[in-house]
Design a protein around this ligand. Structure first.
Ligand code: DAH
Length: 358
């Protein structure tokens, strides 16, 4: 045709865009279609009745007869290649859309139940239970006594004389019970459980009694007005001080490990004779000496001794036939030693960030 640009080698002289260019642009358009609908639109523009390809077809008749055949084949081949691409792209897009639909239609069947923050036993309770386990393992029974006691159980029967500083009203919480015959008080130690056990009259006795005790103390790093003790009482025939020392060593090793040493130092308690204070290697410095142990390398854990005959007499047990030992110490103190806690008050402040660590 006159005025047409020179045709590429072997290509028919088409007016406007040549089939090769139409195909190139068409492939791109089909690839860029990202949905079936977009693909359909692109296909209509590319292969539809009014597309460039169709227009070229209509104009085949205007070509000289000898060129018409070759040009017609070129157009048909171009169209069929583009149709193949359309088909391939359509199945690709249909598959993607199907997957998307399935994903959107899926049912979320997982039942989501809100998870309440679950708690756990307080460190003091954990240590108490550990102590109970250790003593049960040694054949002891777990005993309990009332927290509201009379003067007899808390003091008199334990041979605590009237002028003993522990009886000072500044240490003891008294309880006024209307019509109560005796003066009631909150037990200041677990030792009155010894009296209940001895009064029961079932011998021999191998018992520990853990529980809460009360003293009129202002809370500070090493004191709480309500704290926990565990009392031990063994009464049998021929019980010796050596048995006491061995028992203390056994349970300290069970709680702290065998690397920890124990020692007994002479002490004074009215209900034991002789009495001792038992100490363990300081858990903060490992025995080298530090502020916590005042440079001694030792930390006092509790008191102990051989049951004093007046205690047996007060409870009707024959001291000629029976002998025994007793011990008592603070569970809270043991817990802070065991875990290197600086201030006892952390136990009662209910700060979960502290409690959660144990
Ligand atoms: N009851 C004593 C206190 O609270 C501790 C104690 C010392 C208990 C010696 C005992 C013992 O059984 O033998 O300080």
């Amino acid at each position: 045709m006159k005025g047409s640009p020179p045709a590429a080698a072997g290509a028919a002289p088409f007016p406007g865009a040549a089939p090769a260019e139409i195909e190139k642009a068409g492939r791109l358009a089909l690839e860029e279609a990202t949905s079936v609908a977009a693909l359909e639109e692109a296909t209509r523009l590319l292969l539809g009745r009014r597309s460039q390809l169709s227009l070229l077809h209509q104009e085949l008749g205007k070509l000289p007869a000898d060129e018409r055949k070759g040009a017609g084949r070129l157009l048909n081949e171009t169209r069929s290649r583009l149709e193949q691409i359309v088909a391939a792209r359509r199945s690709e897009l249909e598959e993607a859309e199907r997957a998307e639909r399935l994903f959107a239609d899926r049912l979320e069947l997982t039942e989501v139940t809100p998870q309440p923050l679950s708690g756990h036993l307080h460190l003091v309770t954990q240590v108490r239970e550990r102590l109970e386990d250790v003593f049960v393992g040694m054949g002891y029974e777990i005993a309990e006594g009332p927290e509201v006691e009379t003067d007899w159980y808390n003091f008199q029967a334990l041979n605590i004389p009237l002028d003993h500083p522990a009886r000072d009203s500044s240490d003891t919480f008294f309880v006024r019970v209307p019509g109560g015959a005796d003066a009631y008080l909150l037990r200041t130690h677990t030792s009155p459980v010894q009296i209940h056990l001895l009064e029961r009259g079932r011998l021999p006795i191998y018992a520990v009694a853990p529980g809460q005790v009360y003293r009129r103390d202002t809370p500070d790093a090493t004191h709480l007005p309500v704290f926990h003790q565990i009392e031990g009482l063994v009464v049998d025939r021929g019980v010796s001080f050596g048995d006491l020392a061995g028992t203390i060593e056994t349970f300290v090793h069970a709680i702290f490990g065998t690397g920890v040493s124990t020692r007994l130092r002479p002490g004074y308690f009215p209900f034991t004779e002789p009495s001792a204070e038992f100490e363990i290697t300081c858990q903060i410095c490992g025995g080298g000496g530090c502020r916590t142990c005042s440079g001694t390398g030792w930390i006092e854990l509790g008191g102990c001794g051989m049951v004093n005959p007046p205690v047996f007499e007060a409870t009707g047990v024959d001291p000629e036939e029976w002998s025994g030992f007793a011990f008592g110490f603070g569970i809270d103190r043991l817990a802070i030693m065991r875990h290197g806690i600086a201030d006892l008050r952390a136990f009662v402040e209910n700060d979960v960030r502290f409690l959660r660590q144990f």
